[in-house]
Design a protein around this ligand. Structure first.
Ligand code: ZN
Ligand code: ZN
Length: 140
């Protein structure tokens, strides 16, 4: 997983500006296993930098995603979550409370049909399982 220092270096190497706000976003992501949404990150960074705009947060996350430094998990158009853990792993997503939990990469092994493998060589994959978590099931 990336540290905020390694993200600063990667941003610099691509000539992106490092602002205190951006560094703050990197620090929020560092070691974060909660799969925060852009809104969650915005709410947290606003406590330190009250004038920061949502666009700044979103743009920074977008750059990180394009650089492959965070994984974007899209539940639907309104709910985009970010995962700084870019190693192969998968997610179980509760459709009721939107809680996202990790599933170890080794435990899921999707196999593409041979016909497709002739046309396409996969280099990475990410599987999301949607359903209901135990907490939400017990409330039903
Ligand atoms: Zn739930
Ligand atoms: Zn994850």
């Amino acid at each position: 997983m990336n540290t905020s220092e390694s993200l600063v270096e990667k941003f610099r190497s691509k000539s992106y500006k490092i602002t205190p706000q951006r560094l703050g976003i990197f620090k929020i992501l560092e070691g974060n296993l909660e799969h925060p949404s852009a809104e969650n990150i915005f709410a947290t960074i606003k406590k330190t930098y009250p004038t920061i705009s949502f666009t700044t947060v979103y743009k920074t996350l977008d750059i990180l995603e394009k650089m492959g430094e965070v994984l974007k998990i899209t539940i639907d158009d309104e709910r985009k979550h970010y995962d700084p853990n870019t190693s192969t792993h998968h997610h179980i997503i509760c459709s009721e409370c939107n809680k996202i939990s990790d599933v170890d990469g080794e435990s899921v092994n999707p196999v593409l049909p041979e016909g497709i493998l002739k046309e396409f060589t996969p280099t990475r994959y990410h599987v999301s399982f949607y359903g209901t978590c135990r907490d939400c099931l017990s409330k039903q």
